[in-house]
Design a protein around this ligand. Structure first.
Ligand SMILES: *Cc1c(COP(=O)(O)O)cnc(C)c1O
Length: 457
């Protein structure tokens, strides 16, 4: 099919031209209407015409994360190998719920590679992202905790049981609260532990909270630590937390959605991660696997199977081995072939290429921190531990720094030369730049700082 070749060409041209286009641009009214308000067509049109449409109306308005001067949120450019593999997965179009085919078998390899890269002794499955992966991890924690107490939440619900508590730091990701709410523990079942000056979970405060909850008749269940927070990239003191979860018999969960890959380069920073009961990491973040691709790893995968497995008669598979079906370990039944683009990305880089990617982007983040420290109109707000720099603009004579810094990201974005986002850190408005593109150079960092100065002026 010539159209498929043309689609591949469009993708290649897009990637080759990324640096020459604005990082991001507002979608003009006409294009916006074309995108959002189309009427359902009565008749079909040739694929070639649709490719023209995509070229003219879709490709010019990207989110921006393919560009080396995109520093927003935690969104990477797609790995070239992943882009090449993605249409092949679509052409195969299996469901990786289970069964005996290439997609399912390859997922086992990818999951094992991810576990090996970050040094985690366990296995698991790919998910749409860390949000679903976290739901699986917390459900496994809830199931295992209840089993220990002699009941089964799947059978009994949570009626009449002591409220379970999940501990997360004030810098923990919102997906943890979503998971806790969804799993019936209630937002009140989420205990938010304060952070220290490095934005890491305060372990003394954690111990105090656990003790207090036990005295109050609650059931401390799980500590959800972060290995790379979205605001500052901070890594909680994982070893000390693991000691505590051991002492109190709690589930130890680590959210490494963004940061866990850092363990490839600086394992010492992540010491204790290998003691987790569950670890979430997102290949679609630092690794650059095209969206979507998350992963949950479990020390004992049977805990997730116990929480989710429900095999109706029509899905019985006498040939399934020990592992069974992936769909027994999470809420998804039909599952896409995520493994192929993840496999291609890792196989193309190799473990040493992954290390170079992580080290290179981290080096750029440290470089940016250095530039900020040297400038007298910028102030850094947190240590750099992964590849995020949290800072703010602080020109002489400005009184309302919060208002100024709050206005900066949108203004920088509109100019199209760089893209950054803001956040609230402690009690100040902050800017944050996350470096995830292997193509980002020191010159790009200079452009970012100058753009901030320009829009502020
Ligand atoms: C991105 C992210 C999440 C959420 O993951 P999704 O893939 O967006 O569902 C959770 N935690 C951290 C630290 C993240 O960076």
């Amino acid at each position: 099919m010539d159209e498929l070749r043309r689609a591949a060409e469009l993708a290649a041209e897009h990637l080759a031209g990324v640096v020459d286009r604005p990082v991001w641009q507002p979608v003009p009214a006409g294009a916006r209407a074309w995108l959002a308000d189309q009427a359902l067509p009565d008749r079909g049109r040739p694929l070639d015409a649709l490719l023209d449409d995509i070229r003219d109306h879709v490709m010019p308005y990207p989110m921006g994360n393919g560009h080396p001067r995109f520093f927003g949120w935690v969104n990477s450019p797609p790995s070239p190998a992943g882009v090449a593999a993605a249409p092949l997965a679509a052409a195969l179009n299996p469901s990786c719920a289970g069964g005996d085919h290439a997609g399912v078998l390859l997922e086992h390899t990818v999951v094992r590679w991810l576990a090996e890269l970050v040094g985690f002794p366990g296995d698991g499955l790919l998910t749409s992202g860390a949000s679903i992966a976290t739901i699986i991890a917390v459900a496994a924690a809830r199931q295992a905790g209840a089993r220990r107490d002699g009941w089964d939440p799947r059978e009994d619900g949570l009626w009449g049981r002591p409220p379970m508590v999940v501990y997360v730091s004030a810098e923990g990701h919102s997906c943890l609260r979503k998971a806790v709410e969804l799993l019936g523990l209630g937002a009140r079942g989420l205990r938010v532990v304060p952070v220290d000056s490095g934005f890491r979970m305060d372990v003394t405060a954690l111990r105090r909270a656990i003790e207090e909850d036990r005295r109050d008749g609650l059931r401390p269940l799980c500590v959800a630590a972060s290995a790379g927070t979205v605001n500052t990239g901070a890594i909680d003191p994982l070893s000390a937390i693991a000691d505590l979860t051991d002492e109190y018999g709690l589930w130890f969960h680590v959210d490494g959605a963004y940061g866990a890959l850092g363990a490839v380069v600086e394992p010492a920073l992540f010491a204790g991660l290998e003691r987790a009961d569950s670890l979430v990491l997102d290949p679609h973040k630092w690794l650059g696997v095209p969206v979507d691709c998350g992963c949950v790893l479990l020390r004992d995968r049977s805990t997730a199977r116990d929480a989710f497995s429900l095999v109706p008669a029509y899905l019985r598979d006498e040939g399934a081995g020990d592992f069974g079906w992936f769909s027994e370990y999470g809420p998804e039944q039909t599952r896409p072939l995520r493994a192929l683009k993840a496999w291609a990305t890792i196989a193309h880089l190799g473990a040493d290429g992954v290390a170079r990617l992580v080290a290179g982007t981290s080096r750029m983040a440290h470089k940016l921190a250095e530039m900020i420290d040297e400038a007298d109109d910028f102030e850094r707000l947190a240590p750099v531990t992964t590849s995020v720099v949290a800072f703010r603009y602080r020109p002489n004579g400005t009184t309302d720094l919060d208002a100024l810094n709050r206005a900066i990201p949108a203004a920088v974005q509109r100019r199209g030369r760089a893209f950054l986002t803001g956040t609230r850190l402690g009690n100040v408005e902050a800017l944050r730049a996350c470096v995830l593109s292997p193509a980002t150079t020191s010159a790009d960092l200079g452009v970012l700082l100058n753009e901030i100065r320009e829009v502020a002026a």
